[in-house]
Ligand binder design. Structure first.
Ligand SMILES: Cc1cc2nc3c(=O)[nH]c(=O)nc-3n(C[C@H](O)[C@H](O)[C@H](O)COP(=O)(O)OP(=O)(O)OC[C@H]3O[C@@H](n4cnc5c(N)ncnc54)[C@H](O)[C@@H]3O)c2cc1C
Length: 374
């Protein structure tokens, strides 16, 4: 009896969407190889929020238990603007919205461990420079690798995407975030175990610190300042500039030291998410401002959704169409709401605790179990 031939995928990028794609395809009988441009497999950035939808996907990928062990489940999410509480929401309790916070390195490591358990091949220092719709991935050293499916999961500056003829819109906003990690021991317990979105709005300057416990010992702060505010966007962070607006956070601001990176809010919209045998996944397809903390959630949801669509259909062309038809409306909705919030600074009045803002968080992603609960 002849065995079905294993189909093969070449994936550019070992970030969250590349690893999720690799696991989901391997689980469905594919062979995959993941190319990472960096010399090491690691996550860049500081902390990350993962809502219920992302947790469902991590469960389906076999990474949830390891994510849970080391992540933080805050009991509440508050917004405080100019010293007044504008919103208070209990989270993570029975019947409440689930939202875990963690370091990016922790999430990446847990996903990588799940991938390694499946013997997925990763090649580091392997930079993709493009792909052909016929199913070739091109590497910087001149190698051309043939595959049944090529995935461009190489982030917001995707070379795979840019090599294809897919019309794209890109938008930048007037704000951005400096992300830092500091020890939690300085402020801990009681209110300091909450996620607190601090805003300081003055006619001359608006600053925001999203204070986020992200593990037993680690605090993540996402510090928002206008793109043109040279003092508040400077790296290293000047604690005096920030402590003037948020005096209670002075001890943690003084512990930041040299770490931190400022990224402006931006979004990318593609006319379509695939071309021939190439699928574009994650930030390369739909980068969004982090105002709803759903970029990675949508990225891994769509990576899993792609593998499920392929499993359900006979031809790759049909699968890619089904995938985009099924997954894209929610991503478009989330990206568009995240963009409105980035442009308006309306989060100063509180997180979007409603079906518009939490539509993605409350969605049970394709290929996951509705019964799953922590
Ligand atoms: C300030 C900020 C805060 C955020 N906060 C959250 C949050 O709390 N929750 C959330 O869900 N999302 C958040 N996001 C969004 C989230 O970071 C992204 O959506 C997510 O990282 C996308 O994953 P990705 O794998 O598609 O891309 P990336 O994480 O960018 O990974 C791409 C990978 O590809 C590699 N690579 C790049 N070019 C090449 C190449 N040519 N060849 C091979 N490899 C290549 C890179 O080194 C990297 O490893 C935030 C984003 C920002 C900017």
């Amino acid at each position: 009896m002849s065995r079905p031939i294993k189909r093969h995928a070449e994936i550019a990028g070992a970030g969250f969407s590349g690893i999720a794609s690799a696991i989901a395809l391997t689980q469905r009988g594919w062979s995959v190889r993941v190319h990472e441009a960096s010399p090491q497999l690691r996550a860049f950035g500081a902390g990350i929020f993962i809502w219920d939808n992302g947790l469902h996907v991590l469960d389906a990928l076999g990474a949830y238990r390891e994510v849970l062990d080391g992540a933080f489940a805050a009991p509440a999410y508050e917004t405080r603007t100019n010293g007044e509480c504008t919103s208070f929401q209990a989270i993570n309790g029975p019947g409440k919205q689930r939202l875990l916070t963690m370091t990016r390195q922790h999430l990446h490591h847990a996903m990588l461990s799940a991938a390694k358990r499946l013997d997925i091949e990763f090649v580091t220092s392997s930079e993709a420079i493009g792909a052909s719709p016929e199913g070739e991935l091109w590497l910087v050293d001149g190698t051309r690798l043939k595959a049944d499916l090529v995935i461009g999961a190489d982030g917001v500056k995707s070379k795979v995407r840019d090599s294809l003829d897919i019309p794209m819109q890109r938008e930048r906003y007037h704000d951005g975030l400096t992300r830092v990690l500091t020890p939690r021991s300085i402020l801990k317990g009681g209110e300091w175990d909450h996620v607190i979105d601090f805003w300081n709005i003055r006619p001359e300057r608006t600053l925001r610190i999203l204070y986020t416990p992200s593990g037993e010992d680690t605090l993540y702060m996402a510090m928002m300042a206008g793109l043109n505010d040279t003092e508040a966007t400077a790296i290293p962070v000047n604690p005096e500039v920030w402590a003037e607006a948020f005096p209670r956070l002075r001890p943690v601001l003084e512990a930041i030291g040299d770490n931190g990176r400022y990224d402006v809010y931006e979004k990318t919209v593609l006319e379509r998410w695939s071309s021939g045998r190439v699928a574009i996944v994650g930030d390369s397809a739909h980068a969004m401002p982090p105002t709803l903390a759903q970029g990675a959630g949508c990225a891994i949801t769509n990576a899993l959704g792609l593998a499920v669509a392929i499993e359900e259909t006979d031809s790759l062309e049909e699968a890619l169409q089904l995938w985009e038809r099924r997954e894209r409306p929610l991503t478009d909705h989330t990206q568009s709401r995240a963009s409105e919030l980035a442009a308006s600074r309306d989060l100063a009045a509180g997180m979007d605790w409603n079906d518009i803002g939490l539509k993605a968080a409350r969605h049970v992603p394709t290929g996951t179990s509705p019964e799953f609960s922590c």
